[in-house]
Design a protein around this ligand. Sequence first.
Ligand code: GUN
Ligand code: FE
Length: 443
Amino acid sequence: AFPLRALRAEIVHFLADPAERGADALQHFADGLLVLRDGRVAECGPAADLLATLPADTPVEDLRGRMILPGFVDTHVHYAQTDIIASHGEQLLAWLEKYTFPAERRFADPAHAAEVAGFFCDELLRNGTTTAMAFATVHPASVDALFEAAQARRMRLIAGKVLMDRNCPDFLRDTAESGERESRALIERWHGRERLLYAVTPRFAPTSTPAQMDTAGRLFAEYPGLYLQSHVAENRGEVAWVAELHPEARSYLDVYERHGQLGPRSVYAHCIWLDDIDRARMAATGSAMSFCPTSNLFLGSGLFDLERAHALGVRVGLGTDVGGGTSFSMLATLNEAYKVLQLNGQNLSAERAFYLATLGGARSLYLDERIGSFAPGREADFIVLDPAATPLLERRLARAETLSERLFALMMLGDDRCIAETHVLGERRWVRSGKLKGHIQAK
Ligand code: GUN
Ligand code: FE
């Protein structure tokens, strides 16, 4: 009963990890058609073939000259840190004290939370991100504000209330009991409502008592399909602190495992200072890593090892980690991912990079049956890239011969200016008007 409609443009998406399936992992239609029905992908393929099979009255939008990709998946971001992005001079622990905790304090005010949540969701869409896994703050109303903003835009969002009952300021401290009670109420209200999913959110091991770590693990096990998000092994001072707090544990990651916090749908940001035993435990339990390159460079945390994660079979997605990260743009994040891996003697292909930003992220969140590609039946979250967004990008692309070179130019030179349109469940949710809007205008 639902009518078909279609968009015609160059189309790129992934069916698998290019590191495993090589060229077969990617589908590229130089003149492609994305056919939609009721907010989902009906078909995707060469325009010449599909146009012949569609009913004659099917509306087809002509976007030739542009490139359609699945919406980006940001697997780790803090909405309450939007206003402290680009705060100067500190590494993780001092940065938390000096900038983060005071900023998160303001989310005790629901009006402030609602205003930031709206800005945050719009900023994700403006950058082509259609699914995010986000930290709120310790305040339950901060979670309501974020879910309400995402729901109003029909975005996929995984989020949760921060659990933090020690080693933090009084004004941000819950207790094992209140944290559990408030988390339960939020799970009942939001988990599985439309496109929204709940994540139990212990901030990181140093800020939860063993009692609270236990409640987090129990909640995670109790509700079907629930997520868990935290941070691990980001900064060397942090790792040393956890070793002092938990002499019984083999490693920082082991603290989480001892409290029942590993498993499918658990997502750990950073994962820099891990060893192969840790990586093997993450792989065996189905836990995922969120690689956050702009944050890891900005906070001077260290260099993520994608090769070892891959060798041991761990699921990996990409995160902006704003406000430790310095950009909401997944294109800018890919740029810095490339450079982090260069410093680690590793090579990130453009195909692998775009896979990580789309289907790989979806896979790390166990959502690859719903989002991340244009396989039939997937939710129609996609972006329209403008290859002429900036003079330099246009010029460089004119000299790029292969798709691989063109994707690489997009990730190294592109940012929010390249995102011409963002569509959520088949609806156009954001359109860039005027080529250089939001950029410094020429006089
Ligand atoms: N570790 C604990 N809390 C945080 C946070 O807010 N940001 C980052 N980057 N690391 C953390
Ligand atoms: Fe973070």
